[in-house]
Ligand binder design. Structure first.
Ligand code: GLN
Length: 499
């Protein structure tokens, strides 16, 4: 069984197509793996063995009937609990949605099913995707497989931990300010934030609608590209979906050639304050890219210094409006409805009990920033900063093909270290937020282990909107060169399952 688990998703898909292994066998192997290790990792909120096995048998039946299968048909996937699933609970890791099962599938969920992917279960996350450590889940603390005393990143930390612990070959996430790239970086995985509008938001529990972007997690670049391709593309049910073909991410991941590519290093995202080992691995990777024929230039994006502040006005503002729908009437939890209280009192009691402290903090911040008299000073200026950031990107992309930075200022931090200090937590997204504000494509690929703590470091690649393929091309080059030099990085994780 461990040989099935050590296969890449691409290899597993091919083995299923060739009849060397059935999807039922592969799914069983992963379900057994979850049973064996998830008590230590806590990556999953819900696992439904029978539901997963039914999907697997359906793929096996399609193959037996002679149907041509896609590249990931029969391959298991872990699905972030923010995506609606009609056959499993969807809670966004909040008490307010405990036990809620949506009557429909998110577009991403539906596309996973159409591609024949087998949904193993739903993964833990920061409540409503607000956080960088998954400690804000109302249900459990997820552990980083590289060091179980440390955070797996967030908000998609259940997804990153599941893939890094070999409980799934692939996982989905959503990235509003870094929630795919940051957990990917600290767990030694590939994680991509597609171009905003390149992957559908329909059926995702909304956090900040102008920023939310679903994307893939995988153990390698090609697998991430295959999953990206499987669920992305135009969706008429999402009003901000882009009606354009999915960029050729799979071809780019296979190619990985970067000769002559112009790579810009953003000065504002390579600070002295970052962990020394993170900077060391980042700069070594730049040298590697140069040796492969890339042209490295340093440049400045001055408005990026204000990105974090702008994000922490825009995202809470949008969340305060989006989370108004949790009114104790339509979904989930209802507290104090004993016939003596008004609807308003019930709503207030429910929201007081149903939301965790970080969610409340964001709702209050956002409501304040949007309130009359303060709107221009806060929300209005944040939107202006957003425009400036977009202009910085546009100017930079006139002279370079991609921009790069470390994905995170530090490696995975200890559980509890930043839980009481929101500002310290927010800083984890310093490098990832600019791409969300501009809506462009961005990806994190592992670039080694930091010498001081032996934990994974992520290398971030940013490209213009709809040029997602460029991020995969560079990532494939980094992955290839590093594996030639150092061997398989993930194989060194304590939870690795090696062939
Ligand atoms: N950590 C950031 C936040 O707390 C980003 C979260 C995300 O991308 N969903 O808002």
């Amino acid at each position: 069984m461990s040989d099935v688990i050590s296969l890449t998703a691409a290899q597993l898909g091919a083995a299923i197509r060739d009849g060397q292994v059935s999807s039922e066998e592969a799914t069983t192997a992963y379900l057994d793996r979850i049973e064996a290790v998830d008590g230590e990792i806590n990556a999953f909120l819900h696992v439904r063995r029978e539901t997963a096995l039914e999907q697997a048998r359906a793929v096996d039946a399609r193959r037996a009937a002679g149907e041509a299968l896609g590249p990931l048909a029969g391959v298991p996937v872990a699905h972030k609990d923010v995506f609606s699933t009609r056959d499993m609970p969807t809670t966004a890791a909040s008490r307010i949605l405990e036990g809620w099962q949506p009557p429909y599938d998110a577009t991403v969920t539906a596309r996973l099913r159409e591609a024949g992917l087998v949904i193993l279960g739903k993964t833990n996350m920061d409540e409503f995707a607000m956080g960088s450590s998954t400690e804000n889940s109302a249900y459990q603390v997820t552990r980083n497989p590289w060091d179980t005393d440390r955070i797996p990143g967030g908000s998609s930390g259940g997804s990153s931990a599941a893939v890094a612990a070999f409980e799934a070959p692939l996982a989905t996430g959503t990235d509003t300010g870094g929630s795919i790239r940051q957990p990917a970086a600290v767990c030694g995985l590939v994680g991509a934030k597609p171009t905003y509008g390149g992957s559908s938001r329909y059926g995702i529990i909304a956090f900040a609608s102008s920023l939310d972007t679903p994307g893939p997690f995988a153990r390698n670049v090609l697998d991430a590209a295959l999953l990206h391709e499987a669920f992305s593309g135009h969706d008429p049910r999402d009003s901000t979906s882009i009606d354009a073909p999915v960029p050729p991410v799979v071809d780019a991941a296979r190619l990985g050639d970067i000769d002559g590519l112009r790579v810009g290093v953003v000065r504002e995202l390579d600070s002295d304050g970052f962990q020394a080992g993170v900077r060391q691995r980042f700069h070594e990777t730049l040298e590697l890219l140069e040796s492969l024929g890339a042209k490295i230039v340093e440049l400045s994006c001055p408005s990026f210094d204000a990105a974090l502040s702008a994000y922490y006005l825009i995202a809470p503002s949008e969340c305060s409006s989006n989370l108004a729908r949790f009114d104790a009437m339509r979904y989930g939890l209802r507290v104090g409805d004993d016939g003596t209280r008004s609807a308003e009192e019930v709503m207030s009691l429910t929201r007081a009990q149903g939301f965790g402290p970080e969610v409340k903090r964001r709702i209050m911040l956002g409501t304040y920033a949007l309130s009359s008299g303060y709107y221009d000073a806060y929300y209005g200026s944040a939107q202006q900063v957003r425009t400036l950031i977009k202009r910085d990107f546009d100017a930079a992309f006139e002279s370079v093909d991609v921009l790069v930075s470390p994905t995170t200022p530090t490696t995975a931090f200890p559980i509890g270290e930043r839980a009481e200090d929101p500002m310290a937590m927010y800083l984890a997204d310093l490098c990832t937020i600019p791409s969300n504000l501009a809506g462009n494509a961005s990806l994190s690929v592992p670039c080694g282990l930091a010498p001081e703590d032996g934990l994974p470091v992520g290398f971030q690649i940013m490209a213009p909107a709809l040029a997602d393929d460029r991020t995969y091309r560079v990532a494939a080059a980094v992955e290839r060169a590093l594996s030639e030099r150092d061997g398989d990085l993930l194989a060194r994780s304590p939870y690795a399952v090696n062939a």
